[in-house]
Design a protein around this ligand. Structure first.
Ligand SMILES: [Zn+2]
Length: 250
């Protein structure tokens, strides 16, 4: 059974969260959670989200969504705010600083520090519904202060690095493994692929061998289709259909 990771973009809908410098927390964290979800798709886990668009659910409601789904790990995404524009940095909130939550917090705090945020460490908060009403280990990430200009600059310019760091620590503490599937489900129109030796082409049924001259070179996929249950890709340069099991993405 693969683990179920739940990502909770804070706020949403009528609740924009904190605002500052033309940004709002609800949008920032939705974008980040979606990025982490896409990165987690490379691992042997399922990923759920408490919201995927700009809608409101109470924090208690969000905890219940994850509980009902039977999530194994819960990460709530937020951005901090202060009346003092000099307050800055990253921190992780936990209900109790122990176990997998402590491990997650320590590791992600350090990574955020090396990305450029001031590392504010781990804060114990027993009053937050997403932390104390969730049945599984839950952490809350405060991704810099939206009320601090520099933190916003880090959030924007290091967006991908932040997402990768969060993903890496979720993977680490949940002991997830990279998926090495041969189904090539990710091949799609626009993919750059190589053809493996032994490949057949001309569609699923014809079974003509691809000339060795074509093996190992880079080609572009025009489109994909399923033909008699076989997923195949139209190779632009050859104008031929090749089953995706004979292709590898480059
Ligand atoms: Zn928040």
């Amino acid at each position: 059974m693969s683990k179920l990771i739940y990502l909770d973009p804070g706020h949403g809908g009528k609740d924009s969260g904190a605002v500052g410098y033309g940004r709002n927390e609800a949008d920032d964290v939705l974008k980040m959670a979606k990025k982490v979800k896409s990165l987690l798709s490379a691992y042997n886990c399922k990923v759920g989200m408490t919201r995927t668009n700009d809608t409101y659910t109470s924090p208690k409601g969000k905890a219940e969504i994850a509980n009902k789904a039977g999530a194994d790990f819960f990460a709530s995404f937020h951005r901090n705010s202060s009346s003092s524009s000099s307050s800055k940095g990253y921190e992780t909130l936990v209900y109790a600083n122990s176990g997998i939550k402590k491990e997650f917090a320590n590791k992600v705090n350090a990574k955020m520090g090396s990305i450029g945020f001031t590392n504010r460490g781990t804060k114990v908060r027993t009053d937050l519904a997403v932390l104390h009403q969730t049945n599984m280990p839950a952490v809350l990430l405060e991704l810099g202060f939206i009320s601090n200009k520099k933190d916003n600059e880090i959030f924007v310019s290091k967006f991908d690095k932040i997402a990768e760091a969060i993903t890496a620590v979720i993977v680490d503490v949940n002991n997830l493994k990279k998926v090495t599937t041969t189904s090539n489900a990710s091949i799609k129109a626009g993919s750059t692929v190589k053809i493996k030796s032994g490949a057949k082409y001309g569609g699923a049924s014809s079974g003509k061998s691809v000339s060795s001259a074509y093996i190992g070179k880079k080609y572009t996929v025009t489109k994909v289709q399923t033909n008699n249950g076989v997923k195949e890709a139209l190779i632009k340069q050859l104008n031929s259909w090749v089953p995706t099991k004979y292709l590898s993405i480059v």
